[in-house]
Design a protein around this ligand. Structure first.
Ligand SMILES: O=C([O-])CC(=O)C(=O)O
Ligand SMILES: [Mg+2]
Length: 612
């Protein structure tokens, strides 16, 4: 029993031991009858998993999970052996936040602000997450869309220290070993990309790592999922982006993408290795895969793993939430709209399918619902009569109508009341397109969902200017307030950031093993219910980003309820107070005491000492 206790401890009269179990064991030993045993056990240190006795002195400052900078108290500085390593001043976390805000604001370029925040995350995790969580509107556009897009494009230049895992096609056969190199044992969620469709920027190969990192920052900042439970991964299977292959700064494999059987085997091995390493309920979020793989892999894995594709399902959920909220403005039911999508990729397909489900919910048959949804891709309207027909992945939305290659003409002919941009073609909603939408209906719905800002189909201002201010507008990337007729409007950001953190929290808190499509409809309804009359009056069909943390929690609780109702949860027994249970899982953004909990042990009085 004592074999694992260092000899130095066994021969002292005052023993300091790492935890209560050891303290109890020692106390039963007659050798220690007259000694005091001190147990150095921390309450819930950051991450809940750092073994305090292996962290010494300066490591408390070097480890971003433990570091508090000048917020270490005098007692802590002395007890931890870091006294003198810090300046004499003591600061509260609030004072530090103030300094951080000033520091970020000093930078003029968003990429520099991004770098400051990355560095903060590497230095002091709690400070970073609290700063982000309490200033979502201000810093989300920096750590996330649109600046994260720029960060990915410049990733070779800004790459400093590792965050997350890079698994390459050359590692095939050894993926599990690589996962074992990740130091955290309690990972609950993995966000991963193969970098082939980074936002609307296309194939960025290994530079895509910024995306899983950014998404997982939101897991913590918006839904309170603990950072150590999150693992970002880039699957580097090469890149077909010639300029990256020639870029001296490129950090990934300099070879063309592996496709076909070898890619599929690699993906199979990856999915299996993740659950072997972290358990069957590990949440596996696909992010920014290109269309041919995105839909195919979702169908392949959705019933086998706890997985979803954020670009298909998360985006669909946020868009449908927007449509639900827009009903209150347009006074048209979802099933009374005619929808036209520009783009027929993964986002368009996902939104279209979920919209169909929502229309069926309103009483339409599936046929009737599908008849109301049109798509227009690079070859024109998805008409079964067009040359080359309708691509396989979008067959369900092909129509037996005259082919049409001119987008403006198409809008005049089909007369959609709702125009949804998922094309990654910046500016595709020209003034003429928008003006035609204004002719089609009193309150046209215009969603310019492509990211980042440069890829948005139109700006918020253009949408208002060209529809006499009658449109209901949302975009994937944020836009500044719109000025129209002397009034100011705030348009909403239809970004999946409203959805995926809440879904992830609900799924993790209940150890849900599969994520059905209906969960995204539940999330959409929850989000739509959060939209107030004031939001609508201001021009937005989403709550303000300042409320996104409340939204995420509400989504998580509803998802958790659904998980139990539908037998998807594997955490039993079901917690009596589900909302409280979900809250109990959440990260504490505030500093916790770093003082060891030292307690005296008086063996003679407290335990019956058994002879050895
Ligand atoms: O990252 C975002 O802002 C939304 C998203 O998933 C994408 O555009 O691929
Ligand atoms: Mg994405």
């Amino acid at each position: 029993m004592f074999a694992s206790i260092p000899r130095s401890l066994l021969c002292c009269t005052n023993a300091i031991v790492p935890n209560r179990a050891v303290a109890l064991a020692l106390a039963k030993c007659p050798m220690f009858e007259s000694s005091s045993i001190f147990c150095r056990e921390y309450h819930e240190v950051t991450g809940s998993i750092i073994c305090p006795n292996v962290v010494r002195g300066i490591d408390h400052m070097r480890d971003p999970r433990l570091n508090k900078g000048l917020a270490f108290t005098l007692e802590e500085r002395q007890a931890l052996g870091i006294h003198g390593l810090l300046a004499a001043t003591f600061k509260t976390q609030e004072e530090q936040l103030y300094i951080c805000r000033i520091s970020v604001d000093r930078y003029e370029e968003n990429l520099n602000k991004y770098l400051y925040l990355v560095e903060l995350q590497d230095r002091n995790e709690k400070l970073f997450f609290r700063l982000l969580a309490e200033n979502v509107e201000k810093y989300l556009p920096i750590v996330y869309t649109p600046t994260v897009g720029l960060a990915c494009q410049r990733f070779g230049l800004i790459y400093r220290r590792p965050r997350g895992l890079f698994i390459t096609i050359n590692d095939k056969g050894h993926i599990f070993e690589i996962l074992k190199n990740w130091p955290e044992p309690d990972v609950r969620a993995i966000v991963f990309t193969d970098g082939e469709r980074i936002l609307g920027l296309g194939d960025l190969g290994a530079y895509g790592m910024g995306i899983p990192v950014g998404k997982l920052s939101l897991y913590t900042a918006l839904a309170g999922i603990k950072p150590h439970q999150c693992l970002p991964i880039t699957l580097d299977v090469g890149t077909d982006n010639q300029s990256l292959l020639e870029d001296p700064l490129y950090i990934g494999l300099r070879q063309k993408r592996t496709r076909g059987k070898e890619y599929d085997e690699f993906m199979d091995e990856f999915m299996e290795a993740c659950v072997m390493r972290y358990g069957q309920n590990t949440l596996l979020q696909f992010e920014d895969f290109a269309l041919p793989n995105a839909g195919r892999l979702l169908s392949k894995y959705r019933n086998k793993y706890c997985t979803f594709n954020d670009d298909i399902q998360g985006t669909a959920s946020v868009a449908v939430a927007g449509l639900m909220a827009a009903v209150r403005v347009t006074k048209r039911k979802l099933s009374e709209n005619i929808y036209l999508f520009l783009g027929a990729g993964s986002a368009a397909g996902g939104i279209a399918e979920l919209t169909v489900s929502a229309m069926i919910h309103e009483g339409l048959s599936e046929r009737q619902a599908r008849d109301r949804v049109f798509m227009f891709d690079i070859n024109g309207l998805l008409s079964t009569r067009r040359e080359g027909g309708v691509p396989e992945h979008a067959k369900a939305f092909g129509k037996d109508v005259e082919p049409e290659k001119d987008f403006e003409q198409c809008i005049a002919k089909i007369k959609p009341s709702c125009l949804i941009g998922c094309s990654t073609v910046g500016g595709a909603f020209t003034p003429k397109v928008l003006q035609q939408m204004a002719k089609n209906t009193e309150r046209p719905i215009i969603f310019a969902l492509s990211n980042p800002t440069s890829k948005a189909e139109c700006t918020a201002q253009a949408a208002y200017d060209n529809t006499e201010g009658r449109c209901v507008f949302a975009s994937g990337s944020p836009f500044p307030p719109v000025k129209f007729n002397g009034k100011e409007f705030l348009t909403g950001q239809g970004n999946n950031a409203y959805i995926f953190p809440g879904i992830a929290l609900g799924v993790i808190a209940t150890a849900t093993h599969h994520i059905p499509e209906t969960m995204f409809l539940t999330a959409a309804k929850t989000l739509a219910d959060y939209v107030s009359e004031e939001d609508l009056a201001l021009g937005r069909i989403y709550p303000s980003l300042a409320e996104v943390r409340d939204v995420s929690l509400a989504i998580a609780v509803n998802v958790a309820k659904m998980a139990y109702d539908e037998g998807l949860a594997s955490l039993y027994p079901e917690p009596k107070d589900l909302a409280q249970h979900v809250k109990n899982q959440m990260y504490n953004f505030h500093y916790e005491s770093a003082m060891p909990v030292v307690w005296d042990w008086k063996p003679a009085e407290k335990v019956n000492v058994r002879p050895l």
